[in-house]
Design a protein around this ligand. Structure first.
Ligand SMILES: [Zn+2]
Length: 223
């Protein structure tokens, strides 16, 4: 069994769980389902985790960063906040986020960035955890843009891109104020967004499992 601890609680009181390496030293932090409507990220990451023996796990793992959203079937948390726009950054703002429920529907879903940057308990807990474990890089799984996004174009991002055959991009082409990535940049923390594609969960799992396993075991031949 992997060792997991609670690093906080969601709006609805669900424990936020992080799985930690047995020896306590953390290479990377991998997290999934920061958006509750992206369960394929949890499937891909949990499947990879099951093939890593606990003694070989070198990274911290959050399988569901937004448990209320996942349980309610919503992108945001139980307050309707897009957690990936809720970080206390210099560009955080009050403009609502317009989103669409499916790739074919109009952008008529409004999500809130929160009452202030860092207003949500899920955001506060994640920031506290990152500061405590100080990972060499954060790899956050999203969908469905099918790319590796890293403002720094780091060696690790290039390694992930070459192993997954995904293109590497420096930004997603639209503003993302208050995002986890911007917070990381402003706090000197490397963050790579790993965007799964618009494809079946099983295809994503098969396509990315080997790379995710290597990241979990820190079996990565770059700095
Ligand atoms: Zn997402």
């Amino acid at each position: 069994m992997h060792r997991s601890i609670s690093y906080g609680a969601s709006v609805n009181g669900t424990p936020l769980q992080v799985i930690l390496p047995k020896d306590g030293t953390v290479e990377y932090l991998l997290l999934a389902a920061h958006h509750g409507d992206e369960p394929e990220t949890t499937v891909a990451l949990s499947s990879a985790l099951r093939s890593v023996p606990p003694e070989n796990l070198k990274s911290a793992v959050i399988l569901v960063a937004n448990p209320d959203g996942l349980m309610l079937g919503t992108r945001g948390n139980a307050n309707g906040v897009d957690l990936n726009r809720n970080f206390p950054t210099s560009d955080w703002g009050t403009i609502p986020i317009r989103y669409r429920w499916t790739m074919d529907s109009p952008r008529d879903v409004e999500l809130s960035p929160g009452s202030t940057g860092g207003s949500e308990p899920e955001t506060q807990a994640l920031i506290k955890l990152v500061k405590e474990i100080s990972p060499k890089a954060i790899i956050t799984l999203h969908a469905p843009l099918d790319c590796i996004d890293d403002v720094n174009g780091s060696e690790l991002a290039q390694w992930i891109a070459s192993h997954t055959e995904l293109p590497i991009v420096r930004d997603v082409g639209y503003p993302t104020p208050g995002s986890f990535g911007t917070w990381a940049k402003e706090n000197n923390q490397n963050l790579i967004t790993f965007e799964l594609g618009n494809q079946s969960i099983e295809t994503s799992r098969a396509r990315f499992e080997e790379t995710l396993v290597k990241l979990l075991m820190a079996d990565v031949d770059c700095s």
